[in-house]
Design a protein around this ligand. Structure first.
Ligand code: TLP
Length: 338
């Protein structure tokens, strides 16, 4: 069978044999009663790792983000966020549909919000919709998988404290950010009122995300998870994979980042337009003349990538992409050079 190289996302990874075995052997109970020992173990381990009081397991990153927003926000409030964030771009208007909230974007070159713009975006007048939350994304997907430095997180948190606003972090790829910064993940989570992280992306679990926060925050999050249908009963079969992802996934990410850099160098060498400053973790965004048809031609040659807009393509590295896969991708991209 010809080789297929799937670079559409790091969500495409399939559970490996050890994961499947752990899933088959998982001890389970009814998690809606809080009685699934494997889910409880995952939640405790994640909370300890990130330095949070409590954690809650959910099926997806979209759900962890939107549950967090529902806990933080009241109807009519604004979420102040860097432009391009996933909670708006790819979560189907749910902040409005579920929480009655609207976004206010601030310029964010490389995904890093400008602090003065952030300060200016906060509403204090009774004639404007009240600011309810600041939300960051680390790594920032649409900016290229870019990393927000710790100093920026701290400055944003300081501003939020002065203004009495909570701060959420969409940390779907927080482990990629931690590896890129060479910091423990607890440092990147520190100071946020809530953090969501995904087990099903670069960490390799088939399903699952976690929301982290104080015990009081997570108690409220339970209610919104249930409203969204996220009470999953014998979810220990999924949490067992999540535990392995949490323990073994992070150490593999540096290799993905190195392959992303090699891919970027190869693409630049073949004449593709790309901004090397954005290649900081496991993603490479690059320009092509007509993204939809270019992606189709690449797929016909066995390499899958995602069109983002009309003239841009995203390739995402993950642990099921080997050097041989990367070589094939580079060969195909070279054949299709602009
Ligand atoms: N991102 C997906 C697509 O939705 C774009 C991907 O392939 O990258 N936060 C961030 C920063 C994300 O990138 C994603 C998924 C999510 C949240 C949502 O996670 P899921 O897909 O589990 O709902």
């Amino acid at each position: 069978m010809p080789m297929t190289v799937d670079l559409r996302s790091d969500t495409v990874t399939k559970p490996d044999p050890a994961m499947r075995q752990a899933m088959a052997e998982a001890e389970v109970g009814d998690d809606v009663y809080g009685e699934d020992p494997t889910v409880n173990a995952l939640q405790q381990e994640a909370a300890a790792l990130l330095g949070s009081e409590a954690a809650l397991f959910m099926p997806s990153g979209t759900m962890t983000n939107q549950v967090a927003l529902a806990v933080h926000l009241r109807r009519g409030e604004e979420v102040i966020c860097p432009e391009g964030v996933h909670i708006y771009e790819w979560e189907l208007g749910m902040m409005a549909a579920f929480s009655g909230a609207v976004p206010r974007f601030v310029p964010a070159p490389l995904g890093i919000p400008d602090l003065e713009e952030l300060r200016a975006a906060i509403h204090r007048s009774p004639h404007q919709s009240p600011s309810g939350l600041i939300s960051l994304e680390n790594t920032h997907n649409k900016a290229g998988g870019t990393v927000i430095p710790l100093a920026t997180c701290q400055a944003v948190q300081q501003l939020a404290r002065e203004e009495g606003l909570p701060v959420h972090l969409d940390g779907a790829r927080i482990f990629n950010a931690a590896v890129a910064l060479g910091q423990p993940v607890s440092e990147l989570a520190r100071g946020f009122d809530s953090v969501s992280l995904c087990l099903s992306k670069g960490l390799g679990a088939p399903v699952g995300s976690l929301l982290l926060g104080s015990a009081a925050f997570i108690a409220q999050a339970h209610r919104y998870r249930k409203m969204l249908g996220g009470g999953m009963r014998q979810a220990g079969v999924l949490a067992a994979a999540g535990l392995l992802a949490l323990r073994q996934g992070p150490s593999r990410l540096a290799a993905d980042h190195a392959r992303a850099r090699r891919l970027a160098e190869g693409l630049a060498g073949a004449g593709y337009a790309l901004d090397r400053r954005r290649v900081q973790t496991n993603m490479v965004y690059f320009g092509v003349p007509q993204a939809a048809s270019w992606v189709r031609r690449a797929a016909e040659r066995g390499v899958l990538v995602s069109a983002v807009g009309t003239a841009q393509v995203r390739a995402v590295l993950h642990h099921q992409i080997s050097d041989a896969h990367l070589e094939l991708a580079l060969r195909v991209f070279s054949e299709l050079r602009p």
